[in-house]
Design a protein around this ligand. Structure first.
Ligand code: G3H
Length: 532
């Protein structure tokens, strides 16, 4: 079937964006060097009348020199803690952030449209990603006010007065993922800057054009050098920046191999703080007394929301042997009933995969599992098109198969039958991941002790519910290779800051100075004022 751009509903049509802009030291500069082309995996008819990936535009393919210029700008804005931004009153920083949120909202339609074309996310989910990010900014403002409120006091212990606050760490390199190019990146960037750090931000490989409409909003809302945005390959941008040793925090949502490689570049490792959200292989454990209809509904959303391209996706299902046949029949039928379509089409649950190599990778996982004894349980499983692989339910899966070990990050669902609950527990303990688990069942005598164990293997036990990151006020963390640090509206403020305080021995001489300091308002740090 062919599709011309003019057959796409008018409000979702795109014309190529040729962006040369980048933001360094408060200036939107124009890149003079080579560009990279951006294509959508969604195919439309090209000028030669052939169906081909849709050309969305171009972005700068920057060299290391420009990356280092951005880093210098961030370093200068922090200025060893002397900069305007890290010493600014909390209230003023919050005003900048609120100004940014206001300006960002004006670009909702544009950004949502690009989310659909660049990463194939459905209209509803793209809108949700945008709105959730705006909410995150306002929630962060409120969380920071509370944090500031709690710090607006003096304590006295052991004859020493202390005024304890959280201070910035320095210069942050911020790298986000393609599956949530807006939300997850901003969930790093926003708390990082609000705490007084300065940042260099490089968008992910996919979901990059959608950042371009926001450059001006960043420029107009923050002082020069606080947020610097550059485009290009990690190899030419992130690695040289890390090598300088200037970076104080590596904030990255992505794969542990990238995080480790970047840490290895840093010459002053003890200085480097890490805020990392990494890969996972969250299991669903289905106990013999689980309500099957409910479990299947949750397992569908857990395994296949955004085609399984979520770090929180359920990536392996352990089903008790007493109900595995019934589960497989019903689950496979539910998978085959899912609607595949273009992101803007009503009711599309499954949508094109943005990575051109993904369908072949998924096919490789299926072929490998089948060659080792698994079967594709659903009729449509593994049906391939140029930009899609219909979700395949694989059973029985065992340790010898690649899909058992690898984080598939796509539409393939391995199912393992177990007899003894220690089988999934042992597998989780042996795994390199430890983000979340979904536990399906109802007998509290079984569930209770299991929760006690599972909560020591992962960081969130979802009871009869799919794994997910949200609501964003809840802690998002992981053990082993799944994360370093905790993110949430509140925890992220802690992750991007350090406790630092002013201490003074309790004697008349010091106390008079402290009182004068408070009354004079000469220090933005020493202050008992707070924001409502
Ligand atoms: O890719 C990982 C995301 O943090 C998942 O977030 O559970 O809200 O989809 P989500």
């Amino acid at each position: 079937m062919t599709m011309k751009m003019n057959q796409v509903p008018k409000q979702f049509q795109v014309t190529p964006i040729h962006s040369k802009d980048y933001l360094v030291n408060g200036e939107i500069k124009s890149w003079k060097g080579p560009s990279s082309e951006v294509f959508s995996s969604i195919q439309t008819e090209n000028e030669s009348g052939e169906m081909a990936p849709t050309f969305l535009g171009t972005i700068p393919d920057m060299e290391s020199e420009t990356a280092l210029e951005a880093m210098e700008a961030a370093n200068k804005a922090f200025d060893r803690g002397k900069g305007l931004w890290p010493t600014m009153k909390v209230k003023e920083r919050l005003t900048c952030l609120e100004k940014f949120a206001g300006k960002m909202k004006e670009h909702r339609e544009e950004v949502v449209k690009l989310l659909m074309w660049e990463i194939g996310k459905s209209l509803g989910d793209s809108q949700k990603e945008f709105d959730r990010t705006i909410d995150y900014i306002y929630d962060t403002v409120e969380a920071y006010k509370k944090l500031d409120h709690r710090s607006a006091k003096f304590e006295k212990e052991g004859g020493i007065h202390a005024h304890i606050r959280r201070g910035p760490l320095g210069v942050v390199l911020c790298l986000g993922p393609y599956n949530y190019p807006l939300n997850e990146t901003f969930c790093l960037l926003i708390p990082a800057i609000i705490m007084g750090n300065t940042a260099i931000f490089k968008p992910a490989k996919h979901g990059v054009l959608l950042i371009t409409p926001l450059l001006k909003a960043f420029q107009e809302s923050f002082p020069a050098g606080v947020v610097n945005i550059v485009f290009g390959r990690g190899r030419k941008i992130a690695q040289p920046i890390m090598k300088t040793g200037v970076i104080d925090v590596l904030a990255l949502i992505g794969h542990s191999t990238s995080a480790v490689a970047l840490q290895d570049e840093h010459p002053r490792k003890n200085k480097l703080r890490l805020v990392l959200g990494l890969e996972a292989k969250n299991p669903g454990i289905i106990l013999p007394d689980a309500d099957l209809d409910h479990t299947i509904k949750e397992c569908i959303s857990g395994t296949l929301s955004f085609n399984g391209q979520r770090c929180t996706a359920l990536k392996v299902l352990y089903v008790h042997e007493s109900l595995v046949d019934e589960f497989n029949t019903k689950f496979s039928a539910a998978v085959d009933a899912l609607k595949y379509g273009l992101p803007w089409e009503e009711g599309s649950f499954l949508t094109p995969l943005p990575e051109p190599s993904k369908p072949a990778y998924i096919k490789g996982l299926i072929d490998d599992a089948v060659s080792k004894g698994a079967k594709v349980m659903n009729k449509k499983g593994g049906q391939q098109s140029v930009n899609y692989s219909y979700p395949a339910v694989l059973y029985p899966v065992d340790e010898s198969m690649n899909v058992y070990k690898e984080e598939q990050f796509g539409p393939v669902i391995p199912i393992i039958a177990y007899k003894d609950i220690n089988e999934p527990l042992d597998a989780m303990a042996a795994s390199d991941y430890g983000q979340q688990v979904s536990l399906f069942g109802r007998d509290v005598r079984k569930i209770g002790p299991l929760i006690d164990i599972l909560s020591n293997l992962v960081c969130r036990v979802n009871l009869n519910s799919a794994c997910q990151r949200g609501p964003d006020v809840y802690p998002f963390a992981g053990r082993k290779n799944s994360a370093v640090g905790t993110l949430s509206v509140f925890d992220a403020l802690r992750s991007f800051s350090i406790r630092t305080f002013v201490a003074s021995k309790d004697n008349p001489y010091n106390n008079e100075i402290l009182e004068n300091l408070l009354n004079s308002k000469e220090s933005n740090f020493v202050s008992t004022d707070y924001l409502l």
